[in-house]
Design a binder for this molecule. Sequence first.
Ligand SMILES: NC(=O)N[C@@H](O)C(=O)O
Ligand code: NI
Length: 167
Amino acid sequence: MRSLTIEPLSKEAFAPFGDVIETDGSDFFMINNGSTRRYHKLASVETAQPEDQAIISIFSAESLEMPLIIRMLERHPLGSQAFIPLLGNPFLIVVAPIGDVPVSGSVRAFLSNGRQGINYHRGVWHHPVLTIEKRDDFLVVDRSGSGNNCDEHFFNEDELLLLNPHQ
Ligand SMILES: NC(=O)N[C@@H](O)C(=O)O
Ligand code: NI
C-alpha cells in the first residue's frame, strides 16, 4: 500500500487543486482609513446553476484514527468548497486531480499550518475533512442548490493509500 508523503501546503503546490486562503505571501491593500489590510479575493466561490447559492457553514469535525487508510475520495461537481480553520490548528488535506475517477497514483497529501485554509475547485477529488486535533472547527463556504453535488469514489484494494502524520 502506498504511503502518502505529506507535503507542506503552499499556493504553488496546491494550485492544481484549488486555492490557499492565507495572509502569508498574499497581496493586500489598505482599507478603513489605513487600519485594516484587505487580502482581497483570495479565492472565488464556484456554483453551477443560476439559482445556486454560496453558503457559509461551520463543520465541527472529530479526528479519524491515524494512520488512516484512504479508501475513498469525493468531489463536488456543481461547486467549490472552502475550509478555513477557526481554531488555528494544523489539519490534513488529501486530494486528486479532476477527472472521471480519482487516480490512486495521483493522490497527494498536504498539511495546513493552521493559518491556511483551502478552497477546492469544482470537481476536485478530496477526502472529507481530516482534523489532527480530537475535534476541530472549520468555516466552510460552498454551494447550495438542487441536484447531486457529492460524488464518492471507492478505491480497489490494490489502490488503497496510507496517510500517517506520525511517520
Ligand atoms: N459532506 C460534506 O459536506 N463534507 C465533505 O464535502 C467534506 O469535504 O468534508
Ligand atoms: Ni467535500
